[in-house]
Design a protein around this ligand. Sequence first.
Ligand code: DGL
Length: 272
Amino acid sequence: MPGPIGVFDSGYGGLTILRDLVNSLPQHNFIYLGDNARTPYGTRSFDVVLEYTLEAVTRLFEMGCHLIILACNTASAKALRTIQQKHLPVIDPDRRVLGVIRPSVEMVGDITHTKHVGVFGTTGTIQSESYPIEIHKLHPDISVTGEACPMWVPLVENGEADSPGAEYFVKQHINALMEKDAEVDTIILGCTHYPLLIRKIKSFLPSHIEIVSQGPVVAASLKDYLGRHPEMDEKISKSGHVEFFTTENPDKFNGLANLFYNEPIRARHITL
Ligand code: DGL
């Protein structure tokens, strides 16, 4: 039976990705699942992120999804490969789980002239080395410099994205990245929350540096994937329906979700 595309994130951030997915595939049905009760994932260990992500993926499969996007960079970095290689063949080899890192790195080869790329992400994403590993698979000649920005997610979630406090922390990490590699000419925003800091980031980055923001990239990649895999596209229900679930209190979720989705949301509670 056809089912919606599952979109999973540790909390709110994946809504920035979902926004672009829905805009690009308006007829496809989606279920968003935010694990707000256990967010953030960015500071958690490999094993914990894998355990939580696997629980969410299993739940989304039970809800009828054949295809799941891990919209969370930390989950994509720490859990995706193990789930794809170890768990999916056992759960159901015909279902698919895709992440946000691969689509983001596929395009950097066409953008960078200096062959020096920077990545901003959570501590977990940067420590996992997933971005350099994935970039080097496609472009071994590109040098990749990561910078963990642990304050950026809490700044966004506390409504401080446009405050002088945000300015301080945005400047701090941009300077740190540029000190590590002054030749960087392309930067990937490798975290769901960072598009909400884009004004501040742009104001402190040298103007020749290109920023790769994930929403449009992941949306284009999913559309392309479904075009190349009609057998999967046939398994997606299509009535333009989007449902939202959170492991936290839905009223709390609905309040802040607006910031990330630009549209009122009525989420329901779910346990994993
Ligand atoms: N969604 C996470 C990511 O993209 C950021 C929030 C968290 O740390 O859970 O890495």
